[in-house]
Ligand binder design. Structure first.
Ligand code: GLU
Ligand code: MG
Length: 439
């Protein structure tokens, strides 16, 4: 049957959902400035559909302004189904200025401040784990060739789709958890890293759907499973020369003074940041010791449970340590909007640079074994153990409040506290099942 090709103009919102409106793709260029209409209360729609009370009610007109650089069109060569086609957008006021609650604008403001105040660019990549239900759950599937084989053509189709969308796939593997897979892509500079994370999640879902299955980026499948982590790898570049500035062989662990201050800001703000990066009730089933996630605000060397890990440098690879050097923020998952996740990290890092914070002493031991006195001596804290506690930390953080702006800060807390209340009477198992279907 004849068809009119459509494109969806989308934003990634407080719920970490990709929402928007569609129109004929032939109008995309003509609509590049006016996009599609939107309204403030949409940002109060939780992942479960219920709408949290917010300041906007039924009032206010906004629009989604497409950023044509993010136009994704993947033809899966399937006559039955439409090609996968969407474009990411900014949420704007009717005069074209950024809406104060636009998550993408929050990140853009942070990146602009990092460049203006510190002369730095951020290079980053989100490393994703997810659950693919197109395979049966079998024991001993971690990194197993047979578990890789059993996902059939999902992996190859997914990597094809990513490449079509301009991402550069790095690795794809069966991870340790039940039906768990992991995908990494090459890093990008600034905003594009977060755009890529939104695109990657949607293309995983799109590919799984075309295989009659579901890819879920839920933070954790079941209370007893290992989680689906999102680890954010990041490094700094000089804004003028675009050369890396994170590695300094003369300093401990090669951590340059600038990325050391940046990391110190991230670690200081980490309890509050988790409200933005681990934004569901079940995220906190994952952030416990000995689940290979993160549970303290420590900078760790060779420790896959550190809050921020210095990623290894492979001398054998031939690539220079300057180019390889990156830090990895591990206390996040894919229920968070990548814009709020990366934006929070940038603003926290900028706080460290503004204050000239010293590079934290790196731990090479398990912080969960430290006594309270030892934790205090090292300036370490246990990360929040519930969404409610993380939200309280964010509520009390004046720097992050200033970075978000009072309206977004307030809206975020209202939305997420409402979500917390929605789920509070469900068992952990029931909460996991609800989130599995939503993410
Ligand atoms: N699944 C772990 C997490 O929840 C990460 C395992 C790894 O180090 O890749 O973060
Ligand atoms: Mg992994």
């Amino acid at each position: 049957m004849p068809r009119e090709e459509l494109v969806m103009v989308c934003c990634s919102d407080v719920a970490g959902q990709t929402r928007g409106k569609g129109f004929p793709v032939k109008l995309l260029d003509a609509r590049r400035n006016r996009g599609v209409g939107w309204t403030g209360t949409n940002i109060m729609i939780t992942g479960f559909g219920a709408i949290a009370d917010g300041p906007f009610g039924s009032f206010g007109d906004l629009f989604l302004k497409p950023d044509l650089d993010t136009h994704v069109r993947v033809d899966f060569d399937d006559d039955e189904e439409a090609p996968e086609q969407f474009v990411l957008s900014d949420i704007c006021n009717t005069d074209g200025s950024p809406w104060e609650c636009c998550p993408r604008a929050f990140l853009k403001r942070g990146l602009a401040a990092l460049r203006e105040e510190a002369g730095l660019l951020l290079k980053a990549s989100f490393e994703h784990e997810f659950h693919y239900d197109g395979v049966e759950e079998r024991p001993n599937s971690g990194y197993n060739l047979d578990a890789y084989r059993r996902q059939g053509s999902f992996g190859e189709t997914f990597l094809y789709a990513l490449a079509q969308a301009g991402l550069e796939p790095d690795t794809f593997m069966p991870e340790y958890g039940p039906c768990q897979y992991e995908i990494t892509v090459e890093p990008s500079i600034g905003l594009r890293a977060a755009d890529n994370a939104v695109i990657l999640r949607e293309l995983a879902r799109a590919t799984a759907w075309r295989h009659g299955a579901r890819a879920s980026f839920t933070p954790i499948l079941r209370p007893d499973a290992v989680g689906n982590g999102v680890h954010l790898h990041f490094s700094l570049l000089d804004a003028e020369t675009r050369e890396p500035v994170s590695y300094d062989p003369a300093r401990p662990h090669g951590i340059s003074e600038r990325i050391g201050s940046f990391a110190a800001g991230v670690l200081e703000k980490m309890p509050a940041l988790t409200a933005l990066t681990a934004a569901t009730t079940i995220s906190y089933l994952r952030l416990v010791p000995h689940r290979w996630s993160a549970s303290y605000n420590n900078l760790g060397i060779q420790d896959r449970e550190a809050g921020v890990r210095r990623a290894p440098l492979f001398e054998a690879s031939g690539a220079s340590p300057e180019k390889q050097f990156n830090l990895e923020y591990r206390a996040g998952d894919a229920a968070a909007s990548p814009y709020l996740f990366l934006g929070g990290l940038v603003w926290a890092g900028l706080h460290g640079l503004r204050q000239g914070l010293a590079t934290p002493d790196a731990t090479e031991e398990d912080p969960s074994e430290f006594s309270d006195a030892e934790l205090e001596r090292r300036g370490l804290v246990r990360l929040p153990q519930s969404l409610a506690a993380a939200l309280d930390a964010l509520a009390g953080d004046e720097d992050l409040k200033a970075a978000m702006g009072t309206v977004l800060h307030d809206v975020y807390l209202k939305h997420k506290r409402f979500e917390n209340d929605l789920l509070k009477d469900l068992s952990p198992e029931e909460q996991c099942e609800r989130y599995r279907l939503v993410y």
